[in-house]
Design a protein around this ligand. Sequence first.
Ligand code: CAA
Length: 287
Amino acid sequence: MEIKRIAVLGAGLMGHGICQVAAQNGGYEVNLRDIEQRFLDNGMAMIKRSLQKFQSKGKLAEGQAAEILNRIHPMLDLKETVSDADLIVEAVPENVELKTATFREVDRFAPTHAIIASNTSSISITELGSATNRPEKVCGMHFFNPPQLMKLVEVVKGTKSSDETIQTVLDVAHKIGKETVLVKKDCPGFIVNRILVPALNEAAALYWEGIADRDDIDKAIKLGLNWPMGPLMLTDYIGADTVLAITDVLMKGIDPKFHPSPGLKQMVKARLLGRKTGQGYYDWTQK
Ligand code: CAA
């Protein structure tokens, strides 16, 4: 199936980046939707900042940023956003009730041929598919933060996702310049988060137990494993609330051994969520 127009639901940390790469690398027309004007404005400001960075590094020619922005259509109305889309990528906050309700609503308004993909990092694709009358046209399309720079997309097959749906989404991901991996079974955390999030949870435990200082925990993993940033900084980057939410899903969906550490829970209770609240393990107000 040929995809011409993509709708991205949610203009937050992930949604704005997904929208940008679809318009920038894939040349797609993209409808970008959020529920309030201020969220849309914020998303568009992040896209403009990112395009400026690419331009200042010579990765975008003069005038290209304007062309990309012209392909992006910010919207508040869900029906308007999805009614002419061939592929809908849902990137609303990581909450199962919200995502299910969104899928139900999108299914009502989207054309019958349209594929609905979720950027969820941990919620069941099969369950989201069951909220629609087209589970064969539902799959996971999981980007990594920041979507503008991270090469990978995990494409996740729900129990009823059709081979055609999976192939179409793989093709779109390749067209927007990404490498893909196929997650053949819909299992909590897919591949990356099943491995990453327990590591971030353990870093929170080490810090909470006072076994090492923040900088030494991060230095150990940066230099010992060659990660680009340490696990505590990465937790701040992703958001401690998101890390906790994924830990809960792994614990409930796979094994109690994935239970969240008291240290991680404490960060969330204190709203020390990292970049998004300005304070986490690090101070982000100056960055
Ligand atoms: N758009 C355009 N350019 C950007 C950008 C953006 N959004 N963000 C950063 N850049 C540019 C910077 O301007 C910088 O350019 P210069 O080299 O010319 O200065 C360059 O990218 C590198 O950025 P930084 O210097 O700020 O920092 P860095 O070298 O550490 O790279 C990073 C940034 C790519 C994010 C790197 O730190 C990294 O790979 N970190 C790990 C990220 C990661 O693990 N992400 C996955 C999170 S898990 C997830 O997303 C899944 C989930 O479900 C939770």
